[in-house]
Ligand binder design. Sequence first.
Ligand code: PA5
Length: 429
Amino acid sequence: MENLKLNFMDLDNVISNDVWKESLNENQKYLEHIIENLHELKNKNEAKEDIGWLNIDEWSNNQILNKITDRANYVQQTSDLFVLIGVGGSNQAARSVIDSLGVRKNGIEVVYAGNNLSSHYIQKILQYCENRSVHINVIAKNFETLEPGLSFRVFREFLYKKYGEEAKNRITVTGTKGSLLEELAIEYGYYFLDFPDNIGGRFTALSEVGLFPMAVAGLDIQSMITGAKQLQKELESSNIENIAFQYAVYRNELLKKGFAIEGLAFFEPQLYYFSKWWVQLFAESEGKEGKGIFPVSLNYTEDLHSVGQYVQEGQRFLFETFIHIQDKQQDLTIKKDMLNDRFDYLDNKSLNAVNDIAFQATLAAHSNDGIPCNRIILPELNEFYYGQLFYFFEFSVYVSGLILGVNPFNQPGVENYKQIMFKGLERSF
Ligand code: PA5
């Protein structure tokens, strides 16, 4: 299968040829630095801080994949509902693929908790669990985050009430070695999966964190790794043609021109949760020290009937990255109808073709009006290309953060409200 592609619309209308070339050459040093890091990881297999995700070979290791698959098989055989308890990087990647591709083969249904503090929401999930055979997976890097900590308590109580001592076999915890979660797993007999300590939450899509819930849903995690690995081969070049590098340079050049908002636009709602993953990745990696591009999700065509007005005619500070899926596979033909509803121009048309015309029209209307547009082109949407999407954007945000002059791997700003909140909650440490 071929790799995903990047295509800029009328690039020279937005960034002059000279500036583009100069910027590519000037920033090439960052790409070289990343490739060097990748080679070091490959050769020494070192647990270099923050960038463990960069070397996919690590995650294609059979031992890890077998462990994930064995545990997923056990969960599938002993339960029919899986509650993923985690927030941010600890749930978004798995949720995006499971929601998009659905439950497959022997997979079981997945629901989500630990991602909010809503009593209404948590009680709804508890009720849903009532007549089902439940397994829970709490995922947390340090196990200090309030939402998953709170939900783990509530769902633990639920499980012990429902199953007694057998409850412990229905709990999988994903945490870093040496963390409190590991201690609890040892003490109470919960199954433990490794949250790699050299990877930050939002970069964990292709590790145990993201892959285990996907495997429980019956998705082909091997194919996801194969896709990412194939793209890694292409991106492993410090040539300025490197597409993840070009995307990063392009974004930073646009930012210099005042384009401070990037919309990830898509015409398949099945990409909605993926766009939430993308928003987190870019917002937490770049938005610091008064810098960065603000990422937003544009769920077209629905959002064309809301923010579409602003995009077309509002202030010129937004650019768009469209995800274009070439072969949508499932299609529907719109049948001729006897009723005179004045939609007969749709007779016998394919719904995919209609959606595609709407996509091409939006792209033309926006780029004709001075909105910088680019496309990420995927031959189809499946596990293989999700692997590529995760790796492409993680690689890009790494380059982009270096160009911007920030550390893409921390998120100090999320602590401020927590300090005030913990005071309110009378937490004493
Ligand atoms: O990217 C990150 O590191 C964060 O967004 C985390 O994923 C998020 O805060 C959840 O953290 P934890 O897994 O420790 O609960």
